[in-house]
Design a protein around this ligand. Sequence first.
Ligand SMILES: [Fe+2]
Length: 341
Amino acid sequence: MMMKKAVFTALLSTSALAAFGVHAADTELNIYSARHYQTDEALYGNFTKQTGIKVNRIEAKEDELLERIRNEGANSPADVFITVDVSRLAHADQMGIFAPVKSALLDERIPANLRTERWFSFSTRARIIVYNPELVKAEQVQSYEQLADPGLKGKVCTRSGSHPYNLSLGAAMIKHNGADETVKWASGLVDNFARAPKGGDTDQIKSVAAGECGVAIANSYYLARLMNSTKPDDQAVVDKIKVVWPNQHSWGTHINVSGAGMLKSAPHKEAAVKFLEYLASDEAQAYFANGNNEWPVVASVKVDNPALDKLGKFKADSMQIGELADTVAQAQKIYDRAGYR
Ligand SMILES: [Fe+2]
C-alpha cells in the first residue's frame, strides 16, 4: 500500500495533472528570437515581473532559428518564435510550425490586417524611397512603379532581390498590379540599376548621399537609425538625401512587420499565449517598437522617438499582411527571370 502511494505521487507530474483535468501553471517560457535590442532586457524582465514566468531566450539570425526549429522537430523546447519580415513569418507558417491562437485580447489590440490565425505582427516598418535631389527630381520617384521608368536609367540602387525585404515588396506588387505588370516592373528596375545589388539598406542610403545612386529603396528603421544618430558622418548622410512615402496616390506604402507565433510543439502553451498578449500591451509595444525604430501595431501606443516624429504620418498599404505569403515564391521567380539577384 505504501509503495503504491509513492508511485502515484511520483506520477503527479505536470502531464499527469493535466490528464486528471488539474492544471499546473507554466513557470517558464522558451523564446526563440531573431530580434535583439537594448530595450529587450526591460521587455522580457517586465513580463517576468508581471507573471512570475521565467523567460529563457535563444537569440540567433532569423534563418538559423527556423533551421533549428526544423531540426528539433516535435521535441523543440521553443514556445514562441519571434522574427522579422512577412516572408519569413509566412515561410515558418508554411512549414507548419505555428499553432492557431485564439485570443480576444490580441484580436482587439492588433488591427485585423496585421494578424493571421497563427502569427501576429507586433511592430511595423515601411519600405521607403530615398533620393538625392541633385540627381533625380522628386516627381520622378513617388512610387515603386516609377523606379522602373526609363528616365531613371543608371540611377537606382537596392540590396539583393533575393533578400526577404525585396521579396515581400515584390509579393505586394504582384497582389496590387498583377504578375504581368510585376514582370515588366522587375526588368525595368534591373535596367535602371546604377550597380549590381550589394550591401544592406543602410549602404543604399549612404550611396544615395554619396551620389553613387540617385534613388534607393530602404526600410524606414535604417533611415530612422541614421536620423537619431549623433555621429557627424550619419548626420551628413541624412542632410544629403530626401525621403518619399511611396504610392501615396495609389495603394499606399508597402509595410512589413516584426511578428511572432506560438509553436505547435510548445511545451508551455499557456505561458506562450500570455507572452503574445503581453507583447500587445501598451508598455511592451513601446519597448518592442522603439527598440528598432519601428511603429507599434497598437495605434494608441505612443513611442518617444524623434526620427519617427519627424518622418510623420503616411498612408500604409492596408492589405491583409498574411496574404503576401501567396505571392512571395512567385516574386522570387519573377526576380530570377529579370536577373534581379
Ligand atoms: Fe533589417
